[in-house]
Design a protein. Sequence first.
Lengths: 322, 170
Amino acid sequence: MRLVIAAAAMAFAAVPAFAGEGAARDGMQWLQRIATASRSQDFSGTFLYQQGNRVDTSRITHYVDGSGNELEKLESLDGPEREIIRRNDEVRCYIPGSKLLRVEKRRGRKAFPDLLPEQVGMLSENYDVRLGGIERVAGLECQIVILEPKDDMRYGHTLCADRETGLLVKAVMVDDAGQVVEQFAFTQVAIGGPIEPAQLKPRFAAAPGDWREERLTPPEINDTGWSIGNPPRGFKKVMEMKRPMPGKGLQVTHIVLSDGLVAVSVFIEPLTGDKPPRAGVSRRGSINVFARPVSEHMVTVLGETPVTTVQLIGNSVNHSGK
Amino acid sequence: MTIEISELMDGELDVPASDAIAARVSRDPRSREDWGLYHLIGDTMRHAAFFSPGLASGVSRRLAQEPVVLAPRRNSSLRKTLRWSLSAAASLAAVAVVAWVGLRTPPEPATGQVAAVAPAAPPVQQPAQAMTSAVNDYLVAHQEYSSRFAMQGVAPPVQAVSFPADGSPR
C-alpha cells in the first residue's frame, strides 16, 4: 500500500517544473520525499556516525504498523551496550551496564535518518537547495541533495537519498573550509522489510528486578526572564526552561534555538562571585562555544555552527527581568 | 576496537600491533564487519583531518602542551564523576584517545589501577580552560536536545574511569 502511495507521489513529483525555478523546486521536492520516507518506510540497517575523530556504529530497525505508529530500535554496536526503543515519541533507553532503563519523551528531537523538519519549506529560507549527481551508497543508487547556506551563520549539508524510496542513506555536514563536521552513513540497509516483530523487541525486556527505571519528565517550558533580542536569520527559539545542572546547586536557564537543521544552546547561570567571569570563544570538536557575563550572570552559547553565530547569539542575550 | 581498525587501515600501526588487530579482525565477525564498513566510507574518512598521519604526533603534542593529568582525584570529585556519569560523547572520546595514545607510548611506571599520562612540558594555562568543566556539563545538556545521533543523548553507564573531553580530572 505504501509503495503505491510512494509511486503516486513520485509520479506527481515528476511533473515538469518551470525553467529556472526548476532546480530549486526539484531540490525541495526531494527534501519533502526524504522527510516523509524516514517516517513512513520500513527499514533496517547499520550506520556509522562520525564526529571529529570519533566513530560510532549503530544498528537501526524502523517499522510503521498498520495504524501508522512508528516503532524503532537503535542499538549501539561499539562502546558500552545501549539500546533505544522508540514508539512514536516515547523513548525507552536500556543501559545494561548501569542496569538502568530510562523512559522519556522525545521532545521534538530529530535523529538520523529522520533529520529533516516536518515543514521542509522553512529550510529554503536559510539554504539554497539543489540536486547534485547520483552516487552509490550502501549499495543503493542515491540522489544527492545539496543544502548550501545562504549566509555564514550555518554550515552546509549534503544528503544522499535512495532514488527509489527517498530514504536518507547518508548525511554530511561540512564547515566553510570544506571539513566534515559530522556525518552519518548507512553501510548496509534493507528498505521495505519485511521486519519481524522480534527485531523490534528490546533485548533487555525481561530485565530482572534489579534494574532501575527512571522516568524523565521534560522540564517545564517557561518564561525564564531572558530573551535573545536579535538572533541570526532563521534561528528561532524552540525551547526555554530552567533546569538543574550536574555539579551546580542552582537551576540554570537553557534556551534552544534552531534553524530547522542545527540547534544552538544558550545557558545562563548566576555568577557566584568567587570566580571571576571568563569571557571568550573556545572550541570543542565541532562545537563552538562563546561565553560572556551579562548582568551578574554568565551566558554560555554553544552549537555546531560557525563561531560568529554563537557570538552573535551570545551578544544579543538580554535580561528582561525575573 | 573501531579506532584501532581505522588506524590499521591508515597504516598507522607498527607491525606487531597490526598483526594483533588483523588477527582480531579475522577472528571476530563484528570486527570484520567494521573493517568492511570502514572501507566503504574510507574515501570520506581520508579527507577528514583527524585521520591524517599527523594525528599521533598532533595528539602527543597537544597532550604535552596542556596541563593534562588523566587520573581522577581521589576525593569527592570521583564521587561526582560517578554521580553524573558525564557526557557520552566527551568522555568516551577521551577514553578512546587515552587508550589509543597508550598503545603508542612506551609503558609508564605503574601508577595504580589508573593509567596516568604525565605532561612532558610545563603546563600552559589556556584562557578557555577555566570554562571547561562548566562547558562539559553544558555539552551534555546541549546534546540531549540537539544531537542528531540519538545515542548521544543517552547517559552512558559509568566507566571505570571517565574523563571529560579536555582531559582534566573531575
